[in-house]
Ligand binder design. Structure first.
Ligand code: SAM
Length: 218
């Protein structure tokens, strides 16, 4: 389970996004841009583990009706300030995803870099919970670190690169030890149909470092 995720992410909140964007060598901003093409005006979209919320704000600016939850009150404060500064409205709540009870199901649920906060035992319960937030036919959008792909050097790059980051977050108690996640398989096991699976590399021929998966709730 995520241990102390709220307080630790509170401390990271002010610099979290700048740090991860830079560390991802451009992969995360590009993944967010691609993901945004799935968000259409008028859609009701829930961001789970919203963090500072730049992706959620971009969705609102595209005309989506945005809600967001996060265990970290500081993350929600930062996201709320950003929405206010941009003149956008959203329903943002500092609440554990396991305690959140939406009034109505959503058209899309987005979980970016949330699943890596949970170990193999807890992840299926998180996905099951997000399944419950979606209407039938709704879309589950996930971007995360995924698993190593490709040749031996490419897989070694994944392990070294994410090993550095996850050692830091593991010491802080907010992620398990180097989670290796088969995101598409996790969605299929939860009952989703996988509609798209994208791989993000720092350069055209570089190793896959991040993945995005799109699931549809049949
Ligand atoms: C790695 S950050 C990702 C933030 C954001 N989605 C992004 O893409 O930058 C993970 C976020 O999930 C939140 N989180 C962890 N466990 C949670 C839970 N049980 N309920 C709600 N939010 C949670 C953390 O507080 C943190 O803000």
């Amino acid at each position: 389970m995520a241990v102390m995720a709220g307080p630790t992410y509170d401390r990271m909140a002010p610099f979290y996004e700048r740090l991860t964007n830079a560390y991802s060598l451009g992969c995360i901003p590009r993944a967010r841009q691609e993901q945004l093409t799935r968000i259409l005006p008028g859609m009701r979209v829930l961001y789970v583990g919203i963090g500072p919320g730049s992706d959620a704000l971009a969705a609102a600016e595209r005309g989506a009706s945005v809600a967001g939850v996060d265990l970290s009150t500081k993350m929600v404060e930062i996201a709320s300030r950003r929405f206010a500064a941009a003149g956008q409205v959203a329903d943002l709540q500092a609440v554990d995803l396991f305690a959140y009870e939406p009034d109505d199901p959503y058209d899309a649920v987005v979980a970016n870099f949330l699943l890596d906060c949970f170990d193999d035992g807890a992840r299926p319960r998180v996905i099951e919970r997000m399944w419950g937030f979606l209407r039938q036919g709704g879309t589950m959008l996930i971007t995360d670190t995924g698993k190593p792909h490709g040749s031996f050097p490419a897989r070694a790059c994944w392990r070294i690169y994410h090993g550095v980051a996850f050692t830091t977050t593991w010491i802080q108690g907010i992620t398990p030890w180097l989670p290796i996640m088969d995101l598409a398989n996790d969605l299929v096991n939860a009952g989703f149909r996988v509609d798209d699976h994208l791989f993000h590399r720092p350069t055209r021929r570089g190793p896959v470092l991040f993945e995005s998966v799109v699931g549809v709730k049949p």
